[in-house]
Design a protein around this ligand. Structure first.
Ligand code: TXA
Ligand code: MG
Length: 327
């Protein structure tokens, strides 16, 4: 069926596919998700197969509302505060499973917790409301590769392994949701995203702990794995660019030189993409995955990446870049 316009007829079709065990790629504000009925173990198994994802890596469950999430996970007063504040939006909450929870065991990879998220994207909302199911959905890309921020990325990465791709254009956020673990005494950020530690601290006046960045001792199973890998080798914090490298820029290129002479701003078109000419981190985040793909697809085997300030949203961007650079 391939890429379909997300009109009400196709959303209805997508909902029917989900109710009969199919896989639907849906737009969210962060990245495209590969959705299946979270109650249906066989459908969930198809997600793992389509992505080539190790079954130790649990999936996020998408819900239409807090009320729907409450059917499956234990929502205490603290969880409710965060959800009230950030939902619908790019925040995943890790919460204890309810007793007799009917979500497939495969979704949580045997853990006693589930990651739940209520996406803000209107098409994701319509799909969730139309199908009436909680939807297990990881990013809609082959495991380990760059996350999809446009419908064409899903088609290129998964092809006919997905029954339908609902098109919602480019994702506005472009980075996966912030993951906040609320299953312990203190809130812990397991994956940085566009909702920053400072944003989270506003809610209770409590700065969350940092639970990411140490590949030797990951707190989220998915953090163990090589991720977001382009084919090209990345060289981070580059202060110049070699003639055979592509450049992923950030901010002004005025002082960026080419090794052996010349200026980066004069590089041939296609060899250089700038995440944000005026140094806007939000814009850079929304471009990151699509630009990595473009340079990769252009056939460069090396990409020099200019440094990105490691504050606010820059923390999430640098998290993805560091993983993408890992061999
Ligand atoms: O923005 C997003 O979160 C996107 C869109 C589609 O919603 N989804 C996404 O899913 O990024 P995925 O599967 O690519 O990443 C989910 C991450 C993995 O690193 C996984 O290990 C972690 O969430 N995770 C899921 N359930 C968990 C749990 N119960 N405890 C700890 N980590 C969990
Ligand atoms: Mg992913």
């Amino acid at each position: 069926m391939g890429i379909q316009m997300a009109n009400s007829e196709n959303i209805k079709k997508a909902a029917e596919l989900l109710n009969s065990g199919g896989l639907v790629a849906m737009p969210t504000e962060t990245v495209y998700g590969l959705a299946a009925n979270a109650f249906d173990g066989q459908a969930v198994a198809r997600i793992f197969a389509a992505k080539g994802r190790p079954q130790i890596n649990p999936l996020i469950v998408h819900v239409a509302s807090i009320a729907q999430a409450e059917d499956h996970v234990v929502f205490d007063a603290r969880a409710r505060k965060y959800a009230d504040h950030f939902w619908p939006g790019p925040l995943t909450l890790i919460l204890p499973k309810k007793e007799n929870c009917e979500i497939s065991e495969l979704v949580s990879a045997g853990l006693p917790t589930i990651g739940v998220r209520c996406p803000a994207h209107p098409i994701a909302q319509q799909l969730l409301n139309t199908c009436g199911l909680p939807l297990a959905a990881p990013s809609a890309n082959a495991s380990g590769t760059i996350s999809p921020t446009a419908p064409i990325h899903v088609a290129q990465s998964l092809g006919d392994k997905v029954d339908m791709i609902l098109s919602g254009g480019n994702c506005t956020e472009g980075l996966e949701s912030t993951i906040l673990d609320l299953s312990g005494a203190l809130p812990v950020i397991l994956r940085p995203g566009t909702i920053t530690a400072d944003d989270i601290a506003q809610v209770e006046g409590l700065t969350p702990e940092v639970g990411y960045g140490n590949p030797e001792a990951p707190t989220s199973p998915g953090q163990l794995l090589k991720h977001y890998a382009p084919n090209a080798d990345l060289r981070l914090n580059a202060v110049d660019v070699a003639a055979d490298e592509a450049l992923l820029g950030f901010g002004s290129l005025k002082f960026m030189g080419v090794k052996g002479g010349g200026f980066a701003k004069d590089l041939p078109q296609g060899q250089m993409l700038n995440l944000s000419e005026n140094g806007d981190l939000y814009q850079a985040a929304s471009h990151l995955f699509a630009y990595l793909r473009r340079l990769d697809d252009a056939g460069f085997s090396k990409i020099a990446v200019m440094s990105i300030p490691n504050t606010g949203l820059g923390i999430a961007i640098n998290d993805r870049l560091t993983r993408a650079a890992r061999k």
